[in-house]
Write a protein that binds this ligand. Structure first.
Ligand code: SAM
Length: 239
């Protein structure tokens, strides 16, 4: 746990003992559930710490929402898989009510059991496709924060994420390597969806010194009603 505490000291946030215990419990639960379903391929303790916990927390660190309490805000983690980065964000940001979205029912039922085992009051699951949830009036433009990691190409992620954001909300695209050319390609797509690229942060992971980037999109105006397009169209014909 001492190693974990050192590794997870990110910018102005210091994990407390209770956070470390919850991360440990999360690891135990994921390994347990992984026996019956492939929630994640990252199962070595140090890998889990760096690639799931550290990574999730690093991505939100520039937003200065870590550890804040008070007025509740809403977030959705699109294509959450085994709950990443959504569950670590929920643990570190108690004033965010986080919805974990994935189209695979079996994974979401296992996440429900993990949420109960960890007694996480600010997390719930939602089974569905991002293309349909983005057109659901009860969900559309209702989130302050969207996170999306390892789901699709940047422009597809933008098409999934921006319709779900409130005006002024932020989407974080968690990426690995990132080239200037990708920013040039993504910029007109984000504009078309009612947003703009607010900033790009690069991080070096603490154990394997790998490079990560997070792309922060800000919602500026309502997204046109035709976005997101029908299921499968964004990946088949990216904007
Ligand atoms: N975000 C997790 C992570 O970084 O560990 C899981 C990434 S996994 C490679 C991609 C996940 O996205 C899968 O669980 C898949 O079911 C989900 N997914 C892909 N496209 C989706 C869509 N259009 N709507 C909802 N979930 C989707």
């Amino acid at each position: 746990m001492a190693i974990a505490q050192e590794i997870l000291q990110i910018s102005n946030w210091q994990p407390e003992e209770k956070h470390l215990q919850q991360f440990q419990q999360l690891y135990t639960q994921i390994i347990l559930k992984n026996k019956s379903s492939n929630l994640t391929g990252i199962t070595e303790p140090q890998d889990f710490l760096e690639k799931h916990i550290w990574d999730a927390i690093a991505g939100i660190s520039p937003l200065e929402i870590l550890g804040k309490e008070g007025e509740m805000k809403t977030a959705i983690d699109i294509g959450t898989g085994g709950g990443f980065p959504g569950i670590p964000i929920a643990i570190a940001c108690p004033n965010y009510q986080i919805t974990l979205l994935d189209s695979v029912r079996k994974k979401m039922l296992l996440l429900d059991e993990i949420i109960t085992a960890l007694n996480l009051q600010n997390v719930k699951t939602l089974i569905g496709r991002a293309e349909e949830i983005g057109q659901d009036i009860s969900q559309r433009e209702s989130y302050d924060l969207v996170s999306i990691r390892a789901v699709a190409s940047p422009s597809v992620c933008a098409e999934y994420a921006l319709p779900l954001l409130k005006i002024g909300g932020i989407a974080i695209l968690y990426r690995g390597q990132w080239q200037e050319e990708e920013t040039e390609n993504l910029t007109p797509v984000v504009t078309k969806l009612g947003g703009q690229i607010k900033s790009i942060a690069s991080f070096q992971t603490p154990l394997t010194n790998s490079i990560r980037h997070c792309i922060y999109l800000e919602k500026k105006v309502p997204t046109l009603p035709q976005y997101p397009r029908r299921v499968g169209i964004p990946t088949k014909h990216p904007l």
